[in-house]
Design a protein around this ligand. Structure first.
Ligand code: NAD
Length: 254
């Protein structure tokens, strides 16, 4: 039975049109949150489909477009959301990008793109809502980092570095705002079966190595991630901040 921890609360999930973000939005709506589902305008069809699905299930979901890496776009989203919703209780910074290149083949622009969305995007959206959280003396921020941000793997040093920065941003901000009723935590998924995760899963040899290194012997699914996000967002986690929780089926680091 899904707890109704989001009654009379509002949540924003960035990058919610598919994958982990979509599953988080669905879960939060099922917990009773009024959910604002964000993504790029280019993802309009899938985002509208999510909103319709949530509403058909009796939940509350509105779409809100913005490119999280663009400061002007983010400020506009924050203004529009607060005008429409009146409040924000839970911010989930989920939007992210990943690509696979050996370090010698990473173009500087690709390095910058990884940091622009994964790291700067998390910072910009957080910064846009901090004054609101501070004014009401409460707020929950959950950043979707990655197990790759704790221990890097081959072929993704740019991605891993951008996610390590998200984990450290989480820790630093958590202590900065702790006395203001705001908690900041990160969730670090392992390999999850989504459009992004599939680049890991398509090659049979890579999949074999992933399964070998995962104690549970299987990949994760978006549904495996949502409970930890909902928990960090809830009153049950009121005394927990600055944490980065692995949700990875028990990855074995050699
Ligand atoms: P996904 O590619 O399926 O979804 C990412 C979403 O983010 C998409 O809807 C995309 O349109 C959106 N997005 C990208 N750039 C954006 C921008 N500039 N502004 C707004 N939205 C933007 O990926 P996913 O697997 O669902 O990943 C979700 C999060 O989980 C990401 O932060 C990712 O790094 C992280 N993660 C994923 C895995 C995995 O194996 N899938 C593992 C660890 C961490």
């Amino acid at each position: 039975m899904i707890p109704r921890r989001g009654e009379n609360k509002t949540a924003l999930v960035t990058g919610a049109s598919r994958g982990i973000g979509r599953a988080i939005a669905e879960r939060l709506a099922a917990e009773g949150y009024r959910v604002f589902a964000n993504d790029l305008k280019a993802r309009e069809a899938d985002l509208s489909d999510l909103a319709a699905e949530v509403r058909n299930a009796g939940g509350l979901c509105e779409v809100i477009y913005c490119d999280v890496s663009d400061p002007v776009s983010v400020e506009t989203m924050a203004r529009d959301l607060l005008a429409a919703g009146g409040r924000l209780d839970l911010l989930v910074n989920n939007a992210g990008v990943r690509s696979v290149h050996q370090t010698g083949e990473i173009e500087p622009d690709e390095w910058d793109r990884m940091f622009a969305v994964n790291t700067k995007g998390t910072f910009l959206v957080t910064k846009a809502f901090l004054p609101h959280f501070r004014a009401k003396g409460s707020g929950r921020i959950v950043n979707i980092a990655s197990i790759g941000g704790k221990r890097g793997g081959p072929g993704e040093s740019h991605y891993c570095a951008s996610k390590a920065a998200v984990i450290n941003f989480t820790q630093a901000l958590a202590v900065e705002v702790a006395k203001e009723g705001i908690t900041v935590n990160a969730v670090c998924p392992g390999v999850i079966d989504t459009d992004m995760g599939r680049s890991h899963l398509q090659d049979p040899e890579t999949l074999r190595k992933v399964l070998e290194k995962t104690a549970m012997g299987r990949v994760g699914y978006p549904q495996d991630v949502v409970g930890s996000v909902a928990f960090f967002g809830s009153d049950d986690a009121a005394f927990i901040t600055g944490q980065s929780l692995n949700v990875d089926g028990g990855i074995i680091f050699h």
